[in-house]
Design a protein around this ligand. Structure first.
Ligand code: G16
Length: 539
């Protein structure tokens, strides 16, 4: 039944911030998925006795690609695959299944928050036995392998029925089809005070959770409506669709428009939240009020003692360099460890494994803890509900009181999309070369204290990673520049701006950042080099 098929390498299978992401049309090319998967299997080496987890967010082509992965894993000698029913599994649930079953790794088929469908994006995230995505040293090896792969192995069998729960044998390999929701829900029940949150809803508290027609719909319905008693209809867009019903499943102020409009209307619920395509990102809203992901991480960290699973203490906290410094002040107050890593959840994994941190988060709407090794959208929503249940305060009150205590980091990210890759690369290289001239200069009234590339030296594996450029000002303000690593075409220049104030707590972020924005545009020569005077997306 095992066939060996000759193939020709593709040159574009280098993984980005989180796995391989390409246009669906690119992935439809002959042997595209086969080449990539065979390269992974070749780098793993002997698959004998190994178990992998497989699932996805239900986007276009997931069903076909999952069948290919099953047939190839069997042909390459894997012992067992644990697959989500009908191919569904969120990224956080997948990490849990890997850890719970001590599997050797897993594949979540998702391009995360990128749109899906035939004209959208497709992706594959590959995790190892840590439950987190592989480090760059391994993805670099896989990329080299994709450039040389000449054949792949596949079992010549019918498609496997993934609708029935239970174990079956296929081409000498076991396949266990599991309910992707069950284990995840049990884990959440062990972390949070479900009884307290349930009482909140019994007392008339209302919420709206937007699953954006992506994978979290069934998880959210089960947890928020069935188990916690949120009124039926609290979870919207709850059926995962191959094209997400045309939505761009990125939970932010721009793309979660339906939810944002509702939460800023006079019909708003007490609490609003959204998750992305594969369920690892989250957005938190109160009526007419948005919590930045950076503030959310700081508030979650400050309130760890309200949550059953963390009330005895946390190790420390980490954030990506681009994320605001709000959580640093919380870490200092609580006297816990604090780390800054490059963008990419994989950089948190060693810190969690070595018990240096419990919580971590990123400006890109990711928050999580060491319960798994991925960011976790529903976990973040439950954390907020648990804080509200324990304090009786609203989202806005909790956030404003946090600012009173710690001061406020005004923070906005500007994305310049669809930039020619060569133009973006040169902009970053030229900017990096000019940064040493900046310290000491005063621009628009702000004095530069320090400027350079962000370099992370991992305290566990001692690898060194360079990611992005940072300009720091004497008053604590910062500009961070990075190229996105999750796009599927062209380049996106991300510019992250932050300004800290201990006393001005109620200003408009864009107003507070006017001068810093001007500096950021001028120093990097963004208008001259890209033709863009404004960002395409502001979050
Ligand atoms: C991935 C990573 C995150 C990262 C984000 C943004 O998220 O897991 O750690 O912050 O990409 O990356 P970039 O700025 O390079 O586009 P996801 O949700 O897309 O898997």
């Amino acid at each position: 039944m095992i066939k060996t098929v000759a193939t020709t390498p593709y040159t574009d299978q280098k993984m980005g911030t989180a796995g391989l992401r390409r246009k669906s049309q690119t992935v439809l090319q002959p042997n595209y998925v086969e080449n990539f998967m065979q390269s992974i299997f070749n780098v793993i080496g002997d698959l004998k006795g190994k178990t992998f987890v497989v699932g996805g967010d239900g986007r276009f082509y997931n069903d076909t690609a999952i069948q290919k992965i099953i047939k190839m894993a069997a042909a390459n000698g894997a012992a067992k695959l644990i697959v989500g029913q009908n191919g569904f599994m969120s990224t956080p649930a997948g990490s849990n299944v890997i850890l719970k079953n001590k599997a050797d790794g897993g594949f979540i088929l998702s391009a995360s928050h990128n749109p899906g469908g035939k004209s959208g994006d497709f992706g594959i995230k590959y995790s190892n036995a840590s439950g987190g995505q592989i480090p760059s040293s391994v993805s670099d090896k896989i990329y080299q392998e994709t450039l040389n792969v000449k054949e792949y192995k596949i079992c010549d069998i019918e498609d496997v029925d993934l609708s029935r729960l239970g174990t079956q044998e296929v081409c000498g390999m076991q396949i266990e089809v599991i309910d992707p929701v069950k284990d995840y829900v049990e884990m959440m029940q062990q972390i949070f005070d479900f009884a307290a949150i349930r009482r909140l809803f019994e007392n008339g508290f209302t919420m709206r959770f937007d699953a954006m027609n992506a994978v979290t719909g069934p998880y959210a319905r089960k947890i928020f409506e069935e188990l916690l008693g949120a009124p039926e209809g609290s979870v919207v867009n709850d059926t995962p669709l191959p094209d997400f019903g045309g939505l761009h499943p990125d939970p932010n102020m721009v793309y979660a428009k339906e939810l944002v409009d509702f939460m800023f209307s006079d019909k708003a619920a007490d609490f609003g939240a959204a998750n992305d395509g594969d369920g690892d990102r989250n957005m938190i809203l109160g009526p007419g009020f948005f919590v930045t992901p950076s503030d959310s991480l700081a508030i979650i960290t400050d309130n760890f003692n309200l949550i059953p699973a963390y009330k005895n203490g946390i190790y420390g906290v980490a954030k990506s360099a681009a994320t605001s410094t709000a959580v640093a002040r919380v870490a200092q107050t609580h006297g816990i460890g604090y780390y800054e890593v490059p963008t990419g959840w994989k950089y948190f994994v060693n810190l969690m494994d070595s018990k240096r941190i419990t919580f971590c988060g990123e400006e890109s709407f990711g928050t999580g803890s060491s319960h798994i090794r991925e960011k976790d959208g529903i976990w973040a929503v439950l954390f907020w509900l648990n804080i509200i249940a324990a304090t009786g305060k609203s989202v806005e009150q909790i956030t404003r009181e946090h600012w009173q205590k710690y001061g406020r980091s005004y923070y906005v990210r500007f994305d310049f999309e669809g930039v020619d890759t060569a133009v973006a690369d040169k902009l970053m290289a030229d900017l990096e070369a000019r940064l040493p001239e900046l310290p000491g200069q005063t621009l628009e009234g702000f004095t530069v204290s320090d400027a350079g590339a962000f370099v992370y030296n991992d305290p566990v594996d001692h690898s060194s990673t360079k990611n992005g450029l940072i300009i720091r000002f004497a008053d604590g303000s910062r500009i961070v520049y990075r190229l996105s690593g999750t796009g599927s075409s062209g380049a996106t220049i991300r510019v992250y701006l932050e300004r800290y104030s201990k006393t001005d707590l109620n200003d408009d972020p864009l107003k507070m950042l006017t001068e810093i924005f001007k500096i950021a545009m001028a120093v990097a020569e963004i208008p001259e080099r890209t033709g863009k005077h404004q960002a395409d997306v502001v979050t």
